[in-house]
Design a protein around this ligand. Structure first.
Ligand code: AQP
Length: 335
């Protein structure tokens, strides 16, 4: 196959900072499964990103395996996609350094994720500032065309594109300039306890999110407690009714019904009925994922898949890294 006939390359990753929640699933991971049918897909568990904030080593290892199992449980197929752990491929950290030397502190300080994660910290870890450069390395290392992510990563994708273009313009054409891919619905799921904030794995309040592995009681509690408003009508209005709009969004994506259909279905009904039905839809949507997860999580097959994935990812990554080193004159050059 010639270069312009090759399948488009897809790369994305999830941090093993906790269990994947429905925001991660609806915003990013749903796309992973869809794309593997006609793309060349590489999906990573980005553990080096996770240590930009302190992690307990035992928990981190366990979360790496949880996230990998969840990839498989939602339908990522290791025969079609490469699945691997970021720190198993050393080229990520190495390319990240080279890209650091092609980045500006000004653009990194402007990243909204850095601003929000370093807020109220007397001194922010440098890793938080460099996070988007490592993410650019992850993407550029695989000559990625398409990056399926949630809306919150738009600014980081833009930066990866800027860095790639900058290197291509100042050196010879070295990198493929990637495009972000965002869902129309579900691209930004908000926290259940505060619908002005995005749903997040590491938020303190466990009822702010629904994790894919939550049991039925937890799902029920989190949805029934979720913040709405005192207006009492079920309609989509993000500005004035962010809580109800967020629940409508989740309900719509999980059930396959449009928001308009849901609004007319619940016309004249109260939040209680609406939330109870959303609990049922959520439980039935997540049940098959949990079942598959339990089958895989402690299997030898999981480790084999990750080892095989690391080997295949590494073979691609070392080639790109050598190409970049040649462009910069690093080392003794390709043999
Ligand atoms: N709330 C969200 N709605 C839609 N998509 C989301 N994503 C994250 N939160 C939402 C997307 O999920 C993918 C994996 O995210 P990540 O683990 O790499 O990091 P994150 O964006 O920082 O996610 P979290 O859950 O908020 O983790 P913590 O709490 O550790 O920072 C990405 O594609 C992301 O866009």
């Amino acid at each position: 196959m010639s270069d312009n006939q090759r399948l488009k390359r897809v790369f994305s990753g999830v941090q093993p900072t906790g269990n994947i929640h429905i925001g991660n699933y609806l915003g990013a991971l749903r796309q992973f499964v869809e794309l593997q049918e006609d793309h060349d897909c590489i999906y990573c568990i980005v553990d080096e990103h996770a240590i930009t904030v302190p992690q307990d080593p035992k928990e981190l290892r366990s979360h790496i395996l949880d996230v990998a199992s969840l990839y498989l449980a939602i339908g990522v197929d290791p025969k079609k996609s490469i699945i691997f752990v970021q720190s198993d491929v050393p080229a990520h950290a190495e390319l990240s350094w080279i890209l650091t030397c092609n980045s500006y502190t000004g653009e990194l300080f402007r990243m909204t994720q850095f601003k929000s994660k370093s807020q109220n910290k007397e001194s922010a870890p440098a890793g938080l500032l460099m996070y988007p450069v490592l993410m650019a390395a992850d993407i550029l290392l695989y000559d990625t065309d398409v990056v399926p992510v949630g809306n919150d990563q738009k600014q980081h994708i833009e930066l990866a594109r800027d860095i790639a273009t900058r290197v291509n313009n100042t050196r010879k054409k070295t990198f493929v300039v990637p495009e972000g891919r965002f869902m129309k619905e579900g691209a930004r799921i908000m926290a259940l306890d505060d619908p002005t904030q995005k749903m997040s794995k590491s938020a303190e309040n466990i009822h702010s999110r629904i994790s894919l592995l939550d049991d039925e009681n937890k799902i029920k509690k989190s949805i029934m407690k979720s913040t709405t408003d005192s207006d009492g009508t079920i309609r989509f209005d993000v500005e004035n009714k962010p809580g109800v709009s967020n629940l409508l969004n989740i309900y719509s994506v999980l059930s396959g019904k449009t928001i308009d259909e849901l609004v007319s279905e619940y016309d004249g009904k109260g939040y209680g009925d609406f939330k109870k039905d959303l609990v049922d839809v959520t439980i039935s949507s997540l049940a098959p994922i949990k079942e598959k997860f339990d089958e895989i999580r402690h299997s030898d097959e999981l480790i084999e898949i990750l080892n095989d994935g690391a080997e295949r990812a590494n073979a691609i990554a070392v080639r790109t890294l050598q190409r970049v080193k040649d462009v910069y004159g690093l080392g003794l050059g390709s043999k």
